[in-house]
Design a binder for this molecule. Structure first.
Ligand code: B12
Length: 217
């Protein structure tokens, strides 16, 4: 299949919630030696964006959302080992803690960011979703991480990104960690407002941002 058709089919498989097709297209991308970052951002992610629109228009309900999310996860399970294998740079980027904040179970975007950071040479500790704010700090202290990445997909849980920065301050640890925030409701303005060290709108931008912070450190 030519690349553009492949990317379009990936998007369609996610919209249709067709796990088997999503997985076989991921395998085809790996076999063909395609740039997997591009495959994710231009193939699968637009499918999920479309699913989001269909949900907003009241055309999709929870079962469809779950089907699409599961298809995305299954495709990522094929792509992730390959992304790791292909990582070209040495692990010089430092240690990063990442997770979705408490009260929020969305983890697809967070998983993408974690995979890409890992592929770019950072040592990533993924705490999963619905993570208690204290746990981010405990784990960062335990492994000696320098950066903490917080994902939030709900307008109700993005306030936990702000609470987290307050918590770090209360503990006298604010200066010790770089805090990056992301997720659909977040923005650069939000990051500035809450005093975060950075914001990125997608996984590719998150890698760029982390690299520039690492260079400055
Ligand atoms: C898939 C999905 C689900 C799946 C999640 C499966 C999973 N394992 O993640 C399921 C079906 C479980 C689900 C549940 C719910 N969902 Co939902 N869901 C979505 C949907 C359609 C897509 C989200 C997604 O995966 N996007 C694709 C990824 C790739 O994008 P992303 O997450 O934004 O991540 C990218 C960037 O933001 C960035 N990024 C992400 N994290 C980070 C972190 C850092 C540090 C950085 C730098 C960057 C970064 O990089 C990522 C990769 O490019 C969105 C719609 C939308 N438009 O976002 C709704 C959406 C987020 N859900 C919504 C809602 C309301 C819910 C529920 C409350 C529904 C319900 N009534 O039960 C529950 C939440 C329960 C809970 N407590 O969390 C609303 C939120 C509304 C709001 N304003 O708060 C949305 C916006 C849909 C809508 N328009 O109403 N959902």
């Amino acid at each position: 299949m030519i690349k553009d058709d492949l990317l379009r089919s990936m998007s369609e498989a996610i919209v249709a919630g067709d796990r088997a097709v999503a997985v076989s297209l991921a395998a085809e991308a790996v076999r063909s030696g395609l740039d997997l970052t591009e495959v994710i951002e231009k193939g699968y992610v637009p499918g999920l964006q479309r699913v989001g629109e269909l949900w907003e228009q009241g055309e999709y309900f929870l079962p469809e959302l779950i089907g699409s999310a599961e298809s995305m996860k299954a495709a990522m399970a094929v792509l992730e080992p390959e992304l790791r294998r292909k990582k070209i740079e040495a692990r010089t980027g430092g240690k990063i803690i990442i997770g979705t904040v408490e009260g929020d179970i969305h983890d697809i975007g967070k998983n993408l960011v974690a995979s890409m950071l890992q592929a770019a040479g950072f040592e990533v500790f993924d705490l999963g979703a619905d993570v208690k704010l204290e746990r981010f700090i405990e784990q960062a202290e335990a492994v000696g991480a320098g950066t903490i990445c917080l994902s939030a997909l709900l307008t109700t849980t993005m306030s936990n990104q702000k609470r987290f920065i307050g918590l770090l301050r209360d503990k006298g640890l604010r200066a010790k960690y770089k805090v990056l925030v992301g997720g659909a409701p977040a923005s650069r303005k939000w990051a500035d407002e809450i005093g975060a060290d950075g914001y990125a709108e997608n996984a590719v931008a998150a890698v760029k941002l982390m690299k520039s912070l690492a260079e400055r450190a």
